[in-house]
Every structure is written in C-alpha cells, then in structure tokens.
Design a protein around this ligand. Structure first.
Ligand SMILES: Cc1ncc(COP(=O)(O)O)c(C=O)c1O
Length: 479
C-alpha cells in the first residue's frame, strides 16, 4: 500500500547537503520515507528503477517548487494540512517569538499560556459541551488518546467491560497500534498483526458503490449504513462496546460524505447503547469542509473530536482530543487521573502557531470563503465526468475524490495489475509532470484526491481541472 508519486525525476545537480552530497543521493541513501516503496529509487542494477527522489524546496500560497525550480499547484495542501497556504511570514514570526519567550515546557502537571489559550479557543469553537482539550503531537496520537479515554471512562463509571471500538471499512485513523486497529485498510495492518484486539469494522458511506437497491435513495442508504453500526454493537454485545470512530467525510477510498440522516441515526444509536461517538476530524476540521469543526457541517454533536493537521496549517506539529464535560467528570475526583501523555503534546511553539493560524482564519474569513466557493469547486471538477475514465466526483468543501473506472456504465473497477500500471506507472508521474501535486490512491477503488489550500478560487479550480483533464484523457492508453 504505497501512495507516493513514483516519478521519474532527474536530480538537480546543484543542491547539496552540508556534507557535500547531492540531496537526491543523500535522500536515497539515508532518508526513510513514509509509506514509500524505496526500490524505485535504487539503481537499475540492483533491481530498482533508478528514479530520483522528488524534493520540494519552497512554497508560496497554493504553489510549491522543487529543487530544479519547477512550479506545481499544491492540490493536496501538503497532506490535507496547509489550510492558509504556504509562505505566511506571520506564522513563522509567531513560532520565533514563542521560541524566544519559552521554547519548551511540558503539560505534565504544569501549563503554559499558549496551550491554555488554545485549549480555551478550541473549546469555544467546538459544539455542545466539548470543553476539555488534551493535546498530542499529531492525529494518530489523538485517535489513540480517544480510545484510551473511552476505555478508562467506562472503567471509572461502572461499565468496565466496555472497551471495543467500531469504525468503517477502508477508513484511515493513523499508525500507532491502537489507531491502526481502528484503521480499516488490511494492507496497512497485516505486517503488524496481532494488533490491539477489540476493533470491528462496518460498511462505509461510499454511495457510488452502495448495494444496488439503495443507489437511488441516498437517505435509505444512510439509514442502512448507520444501522450496520447498531448491528455490530448487537453482535459484539453492547456491554463490550465503548466507542464508534467516524470521519465526517471519510478520506481513504476517496471522499465519502455522509448521506442525509446518517449522523442523526448514528447519534441515536450511540445514545441508545451508551457508546461514545468519536468524530475523527484530523482532516475535516479547520475549514476543510467549511466550519471550524466538521461535525457542525453535518449537524451532529460527538462525544469526542480528534483533530490535528490544519490546526497550525502545518507550520508546526500539533494534535488534540477534545472531550465532553461528561467524559472529564470522573477525572475531577480524588486520586483519579488519566495516565497518558506525550512530551511534545501541546508544544508551546505549535500552540503559538495554532493561535496565529486561527487569527488568519478569522481575519480572512476562510471558513466562509470555503462555504461560498465549494459549490464552484465541485461544479468545476464535475466537468471531468465527460471523460470515460471518470466514474464519480464526490466530496464536500475543499475536499474531493475522483474515482476512476474501467467501464462507466457498469462501474467496473480496475484489477490490481491495471491499478499498478494506471496509478504508479502513469498517473502519479503524469500529474506531477503536468504541474499538479495531488494523490493517486488505491487503498479502496482507484481515486485522485484533492484537498488544496483553502485560499484558492475559480481561476485555480479551472487550472486544476485543465491539468487533470490533460492527464486523464490519455489514461486509458496506459492500461
Ligand atoms: C482521519 C485521520 N485520522 C488520523 C490520522 C493520523 O494522523 P497523523 O498522521 O497526524 O498521525 C489521519 C492522517 O491522515 C487521518 O486522516
């Protein structure tokens, strides 16, 4: 399960490390890239493909540049992260100011002003009584934290057997072993089994691949998909299930928005069985769909929100688990505490950057900008539906998946070999060559994922569409 652009790429001859090595060679020899098939960078003689590692050196707004000076549209905001765009000096300055004042202090029995201010601001922006913020350094840790809290909460409140979790097929929730158990992508998990036991999967909300009898009725499909959660709770035993982890719009598999009524029904089910609803908003929060927290975009109030990525627009790492007052209540008493933490959770520099980032959101009205422009983005991408290979365009806000199909009428998808030739053999490189950094992904059916910085508008939507069109119109020739 690799998702990297395996691009044929000539190294730049003039960028070197301090030790005098070409950056591309030092990358090949020393850097272990994430979810990356390294053979493509090895020499031909070693069985490799001899490709050079793509090196991105600079960003400004929605554009990035590589080490040869080539310009690209950042169609994925790095990795669903850079909401306010690249090159914002005020975020760099906020980081420098905080590093000078207090570079580091942990949140272990002590606090520092920026973590306090950020916790208060997140609580103010979160729905309902989600008022308690536990900081992490990223999304997977936030998911891990949420599962641990769910287990401890039920132990403290007289339901000690409630510990299992339910999540959806093909969903990605991170790589720590608990979060990986919650993840629904077998290829990401098989090398690390046995994982944390107690994680069960239900169908996702891929309407394009819904059971035939539900394809024409989105509401009925939503009801059907939500009821699979009730069924799983019944199968496992309500006394054993602690939480349901769902993204507002599921990323992996290619952007599955919730059908109408889905979250309303999920909330009912969670209340009925006393199971916590965790809204995993590592991608969807901070304006990606249009609101600060995406549960507001779909009108539900979870018990826990997990978030990360866009909180600082990536200028410094941070994540958070935001829990309801009810969940914190047992921790206010006696000797009880949450035996969990991270040295760098809520790092002062990251917290300061997050505050400055949220200032930009407010000053520039970024959430409103997304709400106003999302329908135009969708309309622009939907023009691609005239291409035979484009089966579906779906998503919400500034977050879209374009599913590629072999046969549009039957919705037949590609087999593994075809996917390999199409995504890795052609699309990743061709898109990059066309000046569009985005992601061709086959963790579910093959999709192109788009999640650009939130600052773009119609001219950039058109530009993205025309680059995609130029690449996709030739795609069939490469099967
Ligand atoms: C929904 C969701 N949860 C969790 C994670 C893990 O976040 P991180 O990579 O920051 O650990 C991701 C990462 O993409 C994600 O999309």
């Amino acid at each position: 399960m690799t998702t990297e652009p395996s691009t044929v790429y000539e190294p730049s001859s003039d960028t070197h490390t301090p030790l005098g090595t070409l950056h591309s060679e030092a990358a090949r020899d020393h850097l272990w890239m994430h979810f990356t098939r390294h053979s493509v960078f090895e020499d031909h003689g070693e069985g490799g493909l001899g490709h050079s590692v793509p090196i991105i050196t600079r960003g400004e707004g929605h554009k990035i540049w590589d080490d040869r000076g080539n310009e690209y549209i950042d169609g994925l905001a790095g990795l669903f992260v850079v909401q306010v765009g690249h090159g914002r000096e005020e975020l760099a300055e906020a980081a420098a100011k905080q590093a000078k004042e207090l570079a580091f202090f942990p949140l272990w029995s002590y606090a520092h002003p920026r973590a306090i201010e950020l916790a208060e601001r997140l609580a103010a922006g979160a729905p309902g009584d989600l008022n308690r913020v536990f900081f992490t350094t990223g999304g997977g840790e936030a998911v891990e934290t949420a599962w641990k809290l769910a287990k401890q909460y039920y132990k403290l409140t007289g339901k000690p057997t409630k510990h299992k979790v339910i999540s959806r097929a093909v969903a990605y929730h991170g790589t720590p072993q608990g979060a990986l158990s919650i993840t629904g992508i077998p290829a990401a998990k098989e090398m690390f089994e046995p994982l944390v036991p107690g994680a069960f999967k239900v169908p996702n909300t891929n309407h394009y691949r819904a059971p035939e009898h539900l394809r024409d009725d989105e509401k009925a499909f939503g009801r059907w998909a939500a009821d699979r959660i009730a069924e799983a709770i019944e199968f496992e035993g309500p006394d054993t299930v602690a939480a349901v982890f769902l993204e507002p719009v599921q990323n992996s598999g290619g952007c599955f928005p919730p059908p109408p009524g889905y979250f309303e029904r999920v909330r009912e089910i969670c209340d009925e069985y006393d199971v916590l609803l965790v809204s995993d908003e590592v991608i969807c929060s901070f304006g990606r769909i249009g609101s600060m927290f995406a549960c507001d975009d779909f009108n539900y109030v979870p018990d826990i929100i997990t978030c990360a990525k866009g909180m600082t627009s990536g200028y410094s790492p941070i994540g958070a688990m935001i829990a309801s007052d009810r969940l914190f209540e047992p921790f206010k008493k006696g000797t009880t505490y949450f035996p969990h933490g991270y040295t760098f959770g809520g790092h002062p520099v990251s917290a300061a950057v997050a505050m400055a980032n949220l200032d930009i959101f407010e000053r520039e009205g970024l959430n409103q900008h997304v709400m106003d422009n999302a329908p135009k983005f969708r309309d622009t991408l939907e023009r691609l539906l005239d291409l035979p290979i484009v089966g579906d365009v779906r998503g919400a806000g500034y977050f879209y998946g374009i599913e590629l199909v072999k046969d549009k009428n039957t919705r037949e998808t590609f087999n593994d070999d075809e996917c390999e030739r199409l995504l890795r053999g052609y699309l990743s490189k061709a898109l990059f060559d066309a000046g569009l950094y985005c992601r061709a992904d086959d963790r579910g059916d093959p999709v192109i994922q788009l999640a650009p910085p939130l600052i773009i508008g119609q001219p950039e939507f058109d530009d993205i569409e025309s680059r995609l069109r130029s690449v996709l119109k030739d795609a069939e020739k490469h099967l």
